[in-house]
Design a protein around this ligand. Structure first.
Ligand SMILES: [Zn+2]
Ligand SMILES: [Zn+2]
Length: 361
């Protein structure tokens, strides 16, 4: 059966989202139809506005909801299951076979391609096609079609209103710390940018036992958040020389901003043989020279989606949340889906860390 629902449609780079009735295609054999209860807003949703995109598009890639129907080739997921939707992967390339699906050979084609080959798209009621396979979900809508690979079943006791952000922003920040930088108890960590990803990294650094956690963030309310979440110090961005004088030296640095200046600052506070993780690529130009990489023995790692295997990592974060050790839900603010433009403005201004949108049908 074809499903009609309300979706937030973005029709141009500078347009507001518009709520429209849309028709979803029939789920295919390996797909899952999910009734979306909530979907987090992540910076990648908004950064689509900066690029060339074949409009119109339905965004949203941190969906949480209840499975309504599954295709005949889907195993281990059943109607009624509560699920978090994450990034998609092929399941058989070298990265997927070694439990590193974030580096899947087909990551771009499956998550960011507006019109993946052979996959039917949602349409308006007039039949106009909408790019609607964003991270194999497009979950700013009442229903979404996901795949068996990007659907993670969670326990029924986890409120669906908070679960969605685990599927991208939260696992990205937490995974970068716990899976890649891996600070030892007593180590120091600097986190550049404390939006949803950076705050998740700070929570994880505290869990790992880092004794010094430095947050560098331009928005004052987010610096307050960082301190509440376990940062031991929080500063506004400074130039390279100043940041070194103020912060001193750290063992690990994580850049969540993708800004050249932040990455330069991160390199300047890193100790010799320190480790820098970079998560975003918005404006990275060559910032690393032989003085950093060779003479100081710096390691720099690009990290996709926290290098997580979502079926293993998301339940682990939920368990830590249950024990009160990972209170990521405190960074979330809910908005009804029809207030998506207000939510975006609040996130962009720094007033809200991470909006969660609640569809009404
Ligand atoms: Zn793969
Ligand atoms: Zn994201």
């Amino acid at each position: 059966m074809t499903r009609t629902t309300t979706a937030a449609v973005l029709r141009a780079a500078d347009a507001p989202f518009s709520l429209e009735r849309v028709m979803l295609p029939e789920p295919r054999a390996e797909e899952v139809l999910v009734r979306i209860h909530a979907a987090g807003m992540c910076h990648s949703d908004v950064s689509v506005r900066l690029g060339e995109w074949p409009w119109p598009v339905i965004l949203g890639h941190e969906g949480a909801g209840v499975v309504e129907a599954v295709g005949e080739r889907v195993a281990g997921i059943a109607p009624g299951d509560h699920v978090v939707l994450t990034f998609d992967s092929c399941g058989h390339c070298r990265a997927c076979s070694s439990a590193q699906p974030a580096y899947c050979d087909e990551f771009g084609a499956r998550n960011m391609a507006p019109r993946p080959a052979g996959r039917p798209l949602a349409t308006t009621l007039d039949g106009e096609e909408l790019a609607s396979r964003w991270f194999a979900q497009s979950s700013f809508a009442g229903y979404a079609i996901a795949t068996a690979r990007n659907t993670v079943v969670i326990d029924h006791d986890v409120p669906l209103e908070i679960a969605g952000p685990l599927g991208c922003g939260v696992q990205t920040g937490a995974g970068a710390i716990l899976n890649v930088l891996r600070p030892e108890p007593g180590d120091s960590v600097a986190v550049f940018g404390t939006g949803g990803v950076g705050l998740s990294a700070i929570l994880a650094a505290r869990l790992a036992g880092a004794s010094r956690i430095v947050a560098i963030e331009p928005h004052a309310p987010r610096r307050e958040f960082a301190l509440r979440f376990g940062a031991t110090e929080a500063f506004a961005p400074m130039d390279e020389a100043e940041v070194r004088a103020v912060v001193g030296e750290v063992d690990h640095a994580l850049d969540t901003t993708g800004q050249t200046d932040a990455i330069r600052s991160a390199l300047s506070v890193l100790r010799t043989r320190g480790h820098l993780g970079v998560l975003a690529w918005r404006s990275i130009r060559p910032v690393v020279g032989p003085r950093d990489l060779l003479m100081r023995g710096i390691t720099m790692t690009g990290i996709m989606e926290g290098s997580v295997e979502p079926n293993e990592f998301i339940p682990r974060l939920i368990e830590l949340w249950r024990q009160g050790l990972f209170p990521f839900d405190q960074m979330l603010t809910s908005f009804p889906l029809h207030e998506i433009n207000i939510a975006e403005a609040a996130m962009t201004s720094g007033e809200v860390v991470k909006p969660v949108l609640l569809p009404e049908d």
